[in-house]
Design a protein around this ligand. Sequence first.
Ligand SMILES: [Zn+2]
Length: 409
Amino acid sequence: MLYRRMLSRAAYIGRWEFGRKRNEFSTKRDYVRQIMQREDEVAFMQCEELRIVDDELFFAVQSRLAELTKGPRGPKKDKQPQLFDLVTDLFWCAHCNVRFQQAGANGRGMRCKNGDLCPCQSIVRRDEATRAICEKLCALINQDAELIQSIICRVHERNSPGDEELQTAVAKLERRIATLSNRISDFYQMAGEGNDKDRKEVMRHVRSTQAERSSVQHELSQRQQQLTQSTATIQPEAVRESLAGFSELLKDAASGMLSEEAVYKAMAVIRRLVGGRVMIHVERRKGRKRKNARGVFTPQLIRAVADQADLTDRHEPAGEEVSVWLREPPRLDAIAERAHELIDIERLSHRDTAKRLQKEGHKVNSGNVWYSYHRWYEMNGQTPPSLPYNSRTTTVTGESRHSSALYFK
Ligand SMILES: [Zn+2]
């Protein structure tokens, strides 16, 4: 590339040209421009004495240069925005409490911003992680749609005592304004009497009373606005519709079937539903090359619906975390959550849990169940309760958690 101009100079074969460009002064631009001239306006002179390359070599070089010529390099084609590009900043390293950033082959992955300095370092595929989050959110919505609906409607009933206080305040302010208005008209009547000095005095009172009235009016309009906001109600159908919309969007997002417009919509919805952040827990497993990667976040399903309906919710229920595998975990880790549910919540024995899991399509024996169950406590940083192996459990000492109760206490 660097030598292209030199190698293609016709002067090398003794061919000199004159008048290829002509100077032209532009008054408008106030400078001289060089204008390319037509081929027949250019004068040529062949001077064999100045030739340094023979024709054969020169034209061989020209054809080689032509082969190497690349086409015009225009602007890159507009790439369809990818959802995982838009949500990478949601993922944070749980160990370092810093953001993940794009990394790995072709930038398809992401890892802790601290890179090799992070003891929990692992490159997580961005597309897989985003898909896992979408699928989880979708499942949560489908599982709890009715619960969410009843909570939102109940919350709005609960707002009414607050509304009464507001209504009292509004009535008080309205009375105050009426009093001040009466006082002002009294002053005006008085202004008709007395001398100039008295009149000035009265007008001073008028102005100060008017100032007070406008400040009370300002407060009144604020209170009235609060009242309309808090009494804004949401119909159960509207909640259902919102949730169905989210669910549909997330399903398309998980299967990668979003239109360009929907990609941005999905981005906004996911951001709200995960509460702005997904903490990534990377776990190194003894004797295994692949590390486990889980995403943990606190779903904000109720807030997301309320936001969409422009409701200001003052009673956001306390959320609980949910956990999502961001890459395929080892087989027995994958069923740990289910083993925990069956043993700690449904109170099944290890053997019955194994039977149930077999029915659900897992090839496990009760020894596997014991391992999975202990792994659940290990992964959640807790000590497993000492349960009698292979007998029906009667007491649960461990903290009991259930996926559908994960974010409503
Ligand atoms: Zn880290």
